[in-house]
Design a binder for this molecule. Structure first.
Ligand SMILES: CC(=O)SCCNC(=O)CCNC(=O)[C@H](O)C(C)(C)COP(=O)(O)OP(=O)(O)OC[C@H]1O[C@@H](n2cnc3c(N)ncnc32)[C@H](O)[C@@H]1OP(=O)(O)O
Length: 188
């Protein structure tokens, strides 16, 4: 996976950081607003002083975005620029997940860990760049989704998905001969 949170995000200046998803969500006011607030709490989260000064903003984010809108994008989440949120409803992402650049998340998507028989939890999923996640998708456990991947609506992903592929179904299977559709999302 090419995306690296430490290098990509820390190079950006303050305003670029705040607006890094703005153009990707053109015409999508809700997506723009949520992602602007998400990036702002990520900035606040970087320093203890900012957390103290802007604790009211962290509370506002929790109440408005998480409780009211039903979109859980934790401030500690690693998410690359160009993130798109369509129909922001019932979207839950574990803070341990890693999302690459130019990814799309839709309504009722869950990305999180899996509880094992011994009561411990697995690591969270890692999504590469240009991953288009359909509606009602669950991606759970210590899985890696490659670059340029489409995950079909309603899929349950519990195993790695290779680069340049489309995965559908429960459990998700990779479709053969479907690279044409994948190249479409590279041009989004
Ligand atoms: C309010 C809104 O509009 S929200 C938007 C919601 N829309 C989405 O989330 C879009 C997600 N996109 C999809 O699910 C699409 O079906 C894609 C991208 C996965 C595949 O699209 P296409 O490349 O056109 O695939 P195509 O329709 O030719 O189907 C290929 C095969 O995959 C199967 N398939 C396609 N989508 C799915 C799916 N979501 N779940 C299970 N199987 C699927 C088909 O049955 C077919 O199987 P077969 O070859 O055994 O007959």
């Amino acid at each position: 996976m090419k995306f690296n949170s430490k290098t990509t995000q820390h190079k950006m200046n303050f305003f670029a950081y705040l607006f890094q998803d703005w153009s990707a969500n053109q015409g999508n006011i809700k997506g723009r607003l949520v992602l602007f607030l998400f990036r702002s709490v990520q900035i606040v989260n970087r320093h203890m002083l900012l957390k103290i000064l802007f604790c009211w903003h962290l509370v506002f984010y929790r109440l408005f975005v998480e409780w009211n809108l039903g979109i859980e994008l934790p401030r500690k989440l690693t998410a690359g620029k160009g993130l798109i949120i369509y129909h922001g409803q019932a979207l839950v992402v574990n803070q341990g997940a890693i999302i690459g650049e130019n990814c799309v998340l839709r309504n009722s998507v869950t990305i999180g860990h899996k509880k094992l028989a011994d009561g411990t939890f697995t690591k969270c999923p890692r999504l590469g760049n240009n991953v288009d996640v359909g509606a009602n998708v669950c991606i759970i456990g210590d899985v890696t989704i490659g670059n340029n991947v489409i995950i079909g609506a309603g899929a349950v992903v519990i195993k790695d998905i290779p680069d340049n592929s489309i995965a559908v179904g429960n459990p998700a299977r990779v479709l053969d001969n479907k690279t044409e559709a994948v190249t479409r999302i590279e041009n989004i």
